[in-house]
Structures are given as structure tokens and as C-alpha cells.
Design a protein around this ligand. Structure first.
Ligand code: ZN
Length: 323
């Protein structure tokens, strides 16, 4: 897998990268689109591009049940913990199978995110990237769409309960709507949400209409932009300034970025036709907004992406822009 590169501890780095064996365990059995080989595909490409020399390679850790419980219900945590013992086949209605070590692997995804958050808050790095993460479909009380625990939600809750940071911006360019985050914070005015995705009339999970802008006091804090099937870079770049304006108006203290690569052309699960230029553009823009409003604090997570060559290029583009 990784043969060289990475800054030594003590060397200052703009970005921390979480991509190790513990995270590679989060993958479903052969035949499932989210296999355990995605991280290695990304690492191979980012090393080929010489990107790993500029980042600090960090190790994942396991999250505790208390940490996972900042976002998830105890019932959901217990269901995952005992899924193998209870011989469950799926954690949801058929998308998210139980696999050997599912609880540990899912806890590693959350633990890596929290380790990255700690380093960013301590100023050890300004930004972090975790390709195996960004599990945006999991809700507080359930798994969904290949997502067991929602690492993004745990980061948001941890920012609030442990670091006293309330005004968080969540930006999602995965081809699927980030419903696990959207519905958890639909009535929360302090969570700015911006999501460009394929129109839910054509794609899972079906939500994310443009008139879904938040409820009650949170009305207007959520921006959903739904693209027609076949849309590509031109449509994305035309929509992106609305995301920028949404964030600038909100003045976030911290930015969480889910940069799923499944909007790229020929992804086996979706119907958009981005190139990696979309990921580069979004990452560069968010880096600038984080520098302006959030002391540079930006965490990026890989999310979906099922064509290995596509995800390797899109995530390498993100890493290049934030390191
Ligand atoms: Zn997706």
C-alpha cells in the first residue's frame, strides 16, 4: 500500500491525512460497490502524483461508545455492536450488510475523524482529509446507504459539546443527498448545510428538493441544489457560487466537507458526469472560505465513489488543494 512519503512527527503540516489499515477495514464483502479496496486505490494515485510528501500521515483510533453516542442513539450503537452475535444479515433494508468486524471498523471511521478534529483544534494542522469516512446517510437511530455510523454527525456534535463551537458549515458534493445530516439538523439554525446532488427523483435517497431549506427558526439555513441526470462540470460550476454565498452569509467557525466521488462520469451507481476539476474547485473554494471565517479549520471526508479510477483522481485533487 503506502511505501513512502509523509512528514515526520514534529514537522509542521497544513494537512493531516487519515488512511491506514484500520480504516481500510471499513468495506463490504466482494460484489458490494463499497469494497475494502477503495482507500488503496486513492493512496496509489496520490503517491503517484507526489502528494503524500506534503501531508502528515496520521493513524486512526477507535471511537468509544460515549463518543459515538454524541450523535447516535444507544439503541443503534447496541444493534451494530451485537449484529454479528445476533446473526443479522443487514443493518438496514438491504443496502448495508453486516460484515466481520463491522462494529470495530465503523468505530475506527469515527475515531479517525475525532483524532483529526483534535489535531485541527489544537492547531497541529489546519485541515484534514479522511477518504474512508463521510458516511452521510446514517441517521441518529439507524444505518442506511452503506453508512453504519455517521462520522460527520459525531464531529458536529463533538465541536459543540467538547470545543464550544456552534456555527458549523456542512458542505456535501457527493452525488447522493446527505440525508443523515440534513434531517438531523433540519431545525438547527446553527448548522449551515449546502448540498449539490443528483435530483432525488432519479436517485437514492430521494430527498434534497430545493424547497427543503430548513424548518422553523432554521428556515433558510439549508441549501439543496438538485442537478438533472447527465449534468457535468458546467452545471456544477454554475451552481457553486450559491454555495459560496450561503457560507459567506453564515460566517462559519468550522467547515465539514463531504467530497463523495460518485458524481464523476461513469460511476456505476449514479448518472452525473463531473470530472475531478469539480473536486479541485470545491476544495480550493472551501479552503479560502475557511481561511476567511474559520481560522482555516476544514475537515474533508471521502464519502461515496464506486469507480476506483474516478475516486482516486477526485480525492487526490482534494488532497492537492488542501495540503
Ligand atoms: Zn454517494
Amino acid at each position: 500500500m503506502l511505501t513512502s512519503g509523509g512528514l515526520r512527527a514534529g514537522t509542521s503540516a497544513h494537512a493531516c491525512l487519515y488512511a491506514d489499515a484500520a480504516l481500510a477495514r471499513y468495506g463490504f464483502p466482494p460484489g458490494h460497490p463499497l469494497g475494502a479496496d477503495r482507500q488503496a486505490a486513492f493512496l496509489k494515485e496520490s503517491e503517484r502524483q507526489g502528494l503524500l510528501a506534503n501531508v502528515r500521515m496520521c493513524a486512526a483510533r477507535s471511537a468509544t461508545a460515549e463518543e459515538i453516542g454524541r450523535f447516535h442513539t444507544q439503541g443503534h450503537i447496541d444493534k451494530v455492536k451485537h449484529a454479528e452475535r445476533d446473526k443479522l444479515e443487514f443493518l438496514d433494508n438491504g443496502d448495508t450488510p453486516v460484515f466481520p468486524g463491522v462494529f470495530e471498523a465503523s468505530s475506527n471511521v469515527v475515531g479517525a475523524a475525532l483524532d483529526g478534529l483534535e489535531r485541527v483544534m489544537k492547531g497541529e494542522c489546519d485541515r484534514s482529509f479522511q477518504p474512508i469516512g463521510g458516511l452521510h446517510h446514517a441517521g441518529r437511530d439507524h444505518a442506511a446507504g452503506f453508512c453504519v455510523f455517521n462520522d460527520l454527525g459525531v464531529v458536529i456534535e463533538t465541536l459543540r459539546s467538547q470545543y464550544g463551537i456552534r456555527r458549523v458549515a456542512y458542505v456535501d458534493i457527493d452525488v447522493h443527498h446527505g440525508d443523515g445530516i440534513f434531517y438531523a439538523y433540519e431545525e438547527d439554525a446553527d448548522l449551515a448545510f449546502a448540498d449539490i446532488h443528483e435530483d432525488g427523483r432519479y436517485l437514492y435517497p430521494g430527498s434534497g428538493r430545493e424547497d427543503e431549506t430548513g424548518k422553523g427558526a432554521a428556515r433558510g439555513s439549508k441549501l439543496n441544489i438538485a442537478l438533472k441526470p447527465g449534468s457535468g462540470d458546467a452545471e456544477f460550476l454554475q451552481a457553486w457560487p450559491r454555495v459560496e454565498q450561503h457560507l459567506v452569509r453564515f460566517e462559519p467557525e468550522f467547515i465539514v466537507f463531504q467530497c463523495g466521488a460518485d458524481g464523476l462520469k461513469d460511476d456505476p451507481l449514479a448518472h452525473l458526469s463531473y470530472t475531478p476539476a469539480v473536486h479541485a474547485h470545491a476544495a480550493k473554494s472551501l479552503r479560502a472560505i475557511a481561511t476567511r471565517f474559520a481560522r482555516g479549520r476544514l475537515m474533508a471526508f471521502g464519502g461515496g465513489g464506486y469507480d476506483r479510477a474516478n475516486l482516486a483522481k477526485a480525492w487526490s485533487a482534494v488532497l492537492r488543494e488542501i495540503s
